[in-house]
Design a protein around this ligand. Structure first.
Ligand SMILES: Cc1cc2nc3c(=O)[nH]c(=O)nc-3n(C[C@H](O)[C@H](O)[C@H](O)COP(=O)(O)OP(=O)(O)OC[C@H]3O[C@@H](n4cnc5c(N)ncnc54)[C@H](O)[C@@H]3O)c2cc1C
Length: 390
């Protein structure tokens, strides 16, 4: 086999996690670095709605119940740090974005009870959350517009917002423009030494370390991880509204146990997604994305039941895409089990724009310093290592 070129690090993927890893590696002075992948349009990142938030999508209680309150707290802080780091990058680079707050709109008495527990647990663990009144003193405020479906509101503080995903990718692309670009990777050959990458154009590349940030394709590049990574379909609508309360701009929200989510992305625009709880369109293990008319109708119906200003909302565009979740619903970031030369970043549980950016910084730290203090160890793929012996 003829090896055409060799690098210290090759990052596979030109979405948020791949480009952010390359950006941070470059900042840390890593030489002989290359990025492999197709153009930006091919990424889930470019098709996302642009909602950014701190913490996690699921409420704190859900994560604490599944993984202990200690881990939920660490994961929350990880998400908050990811949000702060991304916003700082956007501000420095002049990338268009909005920052406001993160609200959970509670639609049932059981969700209200859970929110009260979540707020108590979060506060006890030093995190920011509170239950707030559904009526404000501002007659043109977002809270004043809430309809009877919303029984209560949990505010997770000021870490909510929106970024134009394509502008974010373009900025990362331009910040890494001097790095060599390689073709799509067909396979990673890892026989214990330096990994070899077989590219679609027939060439073979060797590298000391490879970062697999290839989203759904991680399953074919690293088959040991495939059983743990579940694909699913999601969709969102870009809506125009006749009127928006002035304090709504940049507010990120979820409702109905996060089954619906959205962000007010400009003075008369809302990006609204979710509602994939409708069977049989839940999208679990989907192989192709599709905009489901029944889901669209459900989203519009729930919108009208949430906000008084939603009447007359018009669909500008509809978007569908696939995402990927680890089976234990924790992001997968760190060295792959079986080979410490292969690093992985995927499974961001709905906060891919913030978590993907921060995963890139943490993986760059691992490469440069051999440790990543900001990355909780329980996110490393090693937690799934029994898969390789099955
Ligand atoms: C409908 C929908 C809406 C969403 N909205 C939001 C949102 O508003 N906010 C949010 O935070 N998250 C959102 N998400 C989640 C978010 O999009 C993802 O978590 C995130 O984009 C994943 O980033 P990534 O870099 O891991 O993957 P990607 O962005 O998909 O990047 C992977 C890259 O790898 C490349 N690649 C694949 N195979 C190979 C190969 N063999 N060789 C080389 N390159 C390869 C791909 O071409 C691509 O460039 C949404 C998800 C869906 C489905």
């Amino acid at each position: 086999m003829r090896i055409e070129r060799s690098f210290d690090v090759v990052v596979i993927g030109t979405g948020i996690s791949g480009l952010a890893t390359a950006y941070h590696l470059q900042r840390l002075g890593i030489q002989r670095l290359a990025i492999a992948g197709p153009n930006l349009e091919a990424s889930a990142t470019s098709r996302s709605a642009g909602l950014i938030s701190g913490g996690q999508v699921d409420n704190f209680t859900r994560i604490a119940q599944a993984h202990t309150a200690e881990r939920a707290t660490a994961l929350w802080r990880f998400g908050d740090a990811a949000f702060d780091a991304l916003v700082a990058y956007l501000q420095r680079g002049g990338v268009k974005h909005l920052k406001n707050r993160r609200l959970r709109l509670l639609t049932s008495p059981s969700e209200q009870r859970e929110a009260a527990l979540a707020v108590a647990q979060m506060t006890a663990n030093g995190l920011s959350a509170q239950l707030i009144a559904t009526k404000s003193t501002d007659p043109d405020g977002l809270l004043e517009s809430l309809q009877s479906r919303i029984l209560g509101v949990q505010s997770d503080g000021g870490r909510g917002g929106w970024v134009d995903p394509k502008a974010l990718l373009n900025k990362l692309q331009s910040d890494t423009a001097t790095l060599p670009r390689l073709n799509v990777v067909q396979a990673i050959d890892d026989a214990g030494g330096a990994p070899l990458l077989r590219l679609m154009d027939g060439s073979t590349i060797s590298c000391e370390i490879v970062v697999a940030a290839a989203h759904l394709q991680i399953r074919s590049l690293l088959p040991d991880l495939a059983p743990a990574l579940v694909s699913f379909a999601d969709q969102w609508l870009h809506l125009s509204l006749k009127h928006l309360p002035k304090d709504a701009l940049g507010t990120a929200f979820s409702a109905n146990n996060t089954h619906e989510w959205g962000v007010f992305s400009s003075p008369n625009r809302l990006r609204l997604g979710g509602a994939r709880y409708l069977r049989p369109m839940a999208g679990i293990e989907a192989t192709t994305p599709s905009v489901e008319p029944k889901v669209t109708a459900q989203l519009l119906a729930t919108l009208g039941e949430m906000f008084s200003f939603a009447e007359g909302a018009k669909i500008l565009t509809s978007h569908a895409s696939l995402d990927i979740n680890p089976c234990d619903e924790l992001p997968l970031i760190g060295p792959s089990f079986g080979s410490s030369r292969i690093l992985v970043a995927t499974g961001f549980m709905g906060t891919g724009l913030t978590t993907g950016f921060w995963a890139g910084k943490c993986l760059a730290d691992l490469v440069a310093y051999g440790k990543a203090p900001d990355l909780p160890r329980f996110l490393w793929p090693e937690r799934l290592r029994t898969l390789s012996s099955s």
